[in-house]
Design a binder for this molecule. Structure first.
Ligand code: LMR
Length: 339
């Protein structure tokens, strides 16, 4: 039986952990859109979040009111119109950028660059002023080029910290786990596989040789599986083309939530979650590359680098690097040509 003193200490510790656990402000930019709404719903249920701020250019009053009726202790704040973006970002610990246009069936993610880059610029410039220490997750496509643009803006403002800027690629892992779970007839949540590179077509590199449990496929089936993972976004875009034409929203919200929860656990500092994300690094010839990262109080605590690859995967990797370099260059060039 616990002594009175031990019980007192454990009560104190519980109190202490309560105050440290509920302290984070998460801002979802684009919170009223197809991804933003389910993502905000999931975050409203996360006990590590103290304040959930949703920002959007329209529909905020309705979505805010709806969310705020959910009986959890997360406090919801709603902000609408560009003039309120600074208040939405003020003191944010994590900012998730999910706004922008979505792909139609005849488009590549690259085609979205000219439509979405202004959103990225506006939001990241305000982040630099209002919450330069926030961990920033970019979901707005094309992630491969938007993250380099964001980095350039933060560099210009002298607040770039490569540990705090992420392109969220978790959906590629979610899809890889799902499709592998189907093949192995097992719970997809128990599949572990690194998916590295970027977030579009051939830059998405599922490293099947490192799958746990091991996946034994002949070359033809392995190629088919890799292609399905790489083209899964397009599979959703095609399937949704009759519903007004949009891309993945629910699976993307789920994936972004998993990543945000890992960031929050890292911020808490009582564990060091590992997630793949697209960050500035020197692990490859690309200035940005997604690899497994150990997350901590300041974002990336340790980049775990490239996983082991077999010969076929190395070939795939070389092709991906060449493509990714072009995507990164178009982001950097856009910024340089503007200034
Ligand atoms: C996805 O992977 O589903 C997203 O990047 C959206 C898209 O356009 O494919």
């Amino acid at each position: 039986m616990k002594s009175l003193r031990a019980r007192h200490i454990s009560r104190l510790l519980r109190c202490f952990s309560t105050t440290t656990r509920y302290n984070y402000k998460v801002t979802v930019v684009g919170g009223c859109g197809g991804i933003g709404q389910p993502l905000s719903l999931l975050l409203k249920r996360n006990t590590k979040v103290k304040t959930l701020a949703i920002y959007d250019v329209a529909r905020t009053p309705g979505i805010y009111t709806d969310l705020s009726h959910i009986d959890t202790s997360v406090v919801v704040e709603g902000y609408q119109c560009a003039e309120n973006l600074p208040a939405a970002l003020e003191k944010a610990d994590i900012v998730l950028l999910v706004g922008g246009a979505a792909r139609k069936p005849d488009m590549t993610r690259d085609d979205l660059f000219k439509l979405n880059v202004n959103v990225v610029e506006e939001v990241v410039t305000t982040i630099a002023d209002k919450c330069p220490k926030a961990l920033v997750g970019i979901i707005t496509n094309p992630v491969n080029s938007c993250v380099p643009v964001a980095a350039e803006i933060l560099k210009e403002k002298n607040v770039f910290d490569p540990k705090r800027l992420f392109g969220v690629t978790t959906l590629d892992l979610v899809r890889a786990r799902t499709f592998i779970g189907e093949i192995l007839d097992m719970d997809p949540g128990k599949v572990s596989i690194p998916v590295i590179g970027g977030h579009s077509g051939e830059t998405i590199l599922p490293i099947l040789s490192q799958c746990k449990p091991p996946l034994k496929l002949d070359k033809e089936r392995a190629i088919k599986l890799i292609k399905r993972i790489q083209d899964a976004g397009t599979e959703v875009v095609k399937a949704k083309c009759l519903d007004g034409g949009t891309s993945a929203t629910l699976s993307m919200a789920h994936a972004a939530y998993l990543f945000t929860d890992a960031l929050l656990r890292g911020l808490q500092g009582d564990c060091k979650p590992v997630k793949c994300a697209y960050v500035a690094s020197d692990v490859s010839d690309c200035a940005f590359f997604s690899t497994p990262l150990q997350l901590g109080k300041n974002g990336v605590e340790k980049n775990l680098g490239l996983p082991k690859m077999n010969k076929d995967e190395e070939e795939m990797y070389c092709k991906a690097v060449e493509k990714l370099k072009k995507h990164i260059k178009s982001g950097v060039d856009y910024f340089k040509n503007k200034s």
